[in-house]
Every structure is written in C-alpha cells, then in structure tokens.
Design a protein around this ligand. Structure first.
Ligand code: ARG
Length: 275
C-alpha cells in the first residue's frame, strides 16, 4: 500500500512537472514585455475609444471599445491583460521604446509612424472633424475659414490632428495640448476658437457637453484605426490580426462599440476627469 502511494505521488509529481512545462511553453509562445502578459498602452481622453467611467462606488474605471478589444485580444492569445494609461504622445513613445507590446488608442496607421511601430489591420472606421462651440458655427463655413492668424486652433500633441491643423490652418496659432479632454475644456472656456478632433470622439463629448459644435468634415488619407504593435514582433502581429478579424466577424466589436457609446453618454461618465 505504502509503495502504491509513493508510486502515485511520483506519478503526480511527474504530471505536475509536465503541466508546468506546458504552461511555460504557452507563456513563451509570444515574446512579450512581461512573460505571460499583454502590456497595452492607451490614452483615456478619447471617448468612446478609451475614457474613464465612474463605477457604482464612484471610482474611475478604464472603459471604451479599445479597452474591451484589448481584453478580447489578451484572451485570444492566452495572456493576462495589463493596461498602461498614458497621454497619447506617451503611447507613441512607449511603442517606440518597446516598453509595451501594443498601443490601443484610436491610432491612425500614419505611414510616418511605420519606423517606430507595426500596424495591425484596421479595426474601426472613423473620420476627422473641425469642432468649435455653439454660436461660432457661422465663422467656419469652409476649412479655408479656419486659416486666420487671429485664431487659436487646438490639436492633441503627437496626433495626426496636428498635421491636419498645419495643413488646413497654417496661418492660425496651433495650440498643442496633451489630452483631448484639455482641448474640450479650453474650447468650452473660450480659449480656443476651434480644434481638430476625431469625429466619433467629438460626437461623444458633444453628448456630455452640448455647447460643442462639430462644423466641418476634414479630409484625411489614412482613414480608420489600427493597433500599434511593438516593431518586428511578427508572431504577435499575426496573432493580433487574427484576433481582430475574429472580433469583427463574431459581432464582438459591434458589441464593444455599442457598449462604449452607451457608457460614454451615460451620467456615470466624467469626460474631464483627467483635466
Ligand atoms: N487618430 C489620431 C492619431 O493617431 C488621434 C489618436 C488619439 N488617441 C487618443 N487616445 N487620444 O494621431
């Protein structure tokens, strides 16, 4: 009997060792910043992509469809999700220095960024807008009207909106701010005459801040959002693309967008939390 027990114990030890080996193997299947984890930078000033929602206990929680998609991808890859909230220019920096695996921040796959990161396939289509406040709509009938030396025009630091501002309003004073929520606050305070903002984001903040007026569509060649992937990590890029494809096909992405829009428009949402 004793012998049988020790045999059993030995067998169990071998089995658990094998299980450990298996686990290690799956953790190292992808080369990530921290083994077994998917580290994702995001800039939560960008409802409905990413923002802070206030939960029942009054605590701000990361929310938005980028955050939900990050969770979906981590799950598909068998990795534990770690979100790193940081200003948008920080997202670019973290990717460049390979301090994170992914950047999920409504990133435009701007060809100029291709030297510092790889891009996934497009996971969401959005457009660009010029935004002002109610009462000023008439001043901006065309994009050419935004190009006046007396105007202060906002755009988020590091974003393609800075390029749009320089292209369409080169004579104006272009004010770069770290957070889109800062731009909204400055618009509402009358310190900016207008700003370049992603359309879905402008629409989302306009629900909570009805003084905002989205006046013009701004043409931009690189439409849609992609995931920034740490450069040269082809296994991770392929797995991210497979997960994105699945999320688009199985209806998850539609669900994430609907939930994010609802949450961003709800009373629980505090758009200027980080301001
Ligand atoms: N799509 C723009 C870009 O890639 C703006 C993204 C800003 N994202 C954010 N989470 N604030 O430059």
């Amino acid at each position: 009997m004793k012998k049988l027990i020790s045999l059993l114990l030995a067998a169990m030890m071998i089995l658990s060792l094998a299980a450990c080996g298996g686990k290690q193997e799956s953790a190292s299947k992808y080369n990530t910043v921290t083994a077994g984890k998917l580290t994702v930078a995001t800039s939560p000033d960008f409802a409905p992509y990413e923002f802070y929602a206030i939960d029942d206990a009054g605590t701000p929680q990361l929310a938005g469809f980028d955050v939900a998609l990050a969770g979906y991808i981590a799950n598909e890859l068998g990795l534990e999700l770690e979100m790193v909230p940081i200003d948008f220019d920080g997202v670019l920096m973290e990717l460049q220095t390979k301090s994170v695996d992914l950047g999920l921040a409504g990133l435009s796959p701007d060809p100029e960024r291709e030297s510092i990161m790889d891009f996934s396939d497009i996971y969401y289509m959005g457009g660009q807008s010029f935004v002002t406040v109610k009462g000023s709509e008439d001043k901006f009938a065309t994009l050419a009207d935004t190009n006046k030396a007396e105007y202060q025009i906002g755009a988020q630091t590091g974003s393609i909106q800075v390029d749009l501002a320089q292209e369409n309003s080169p004579d104006a004073d272009i004010i770069q701010l770290a957070k889109v929520t800062d731009i909204i606050a400055e618009l509402l305070a009358g310190k900016l005459d207008g700003a370049y903002i992603e359309t879905a984001v402008a629409e989302s903040y306009a629900v909570n801040y009805p003084e905002l007026a989205i006046v013009l569509d701004v043409p931009y060649d690189v439409e849609g959002s992609a995931i920034g992937v740490s450069k040269g990590n082809s296994e991770l890029l392929a797995a991210v693309n497979a997960a994105v494809k699945k999320a688009l096909e199985d209806g998850s992405m539609d669900k994430f967008v609907a939930e994010a829009n609802e949450q961003a428009a709800g009373k629980i949402f505090e758009g200027l939390l980080d301001g």
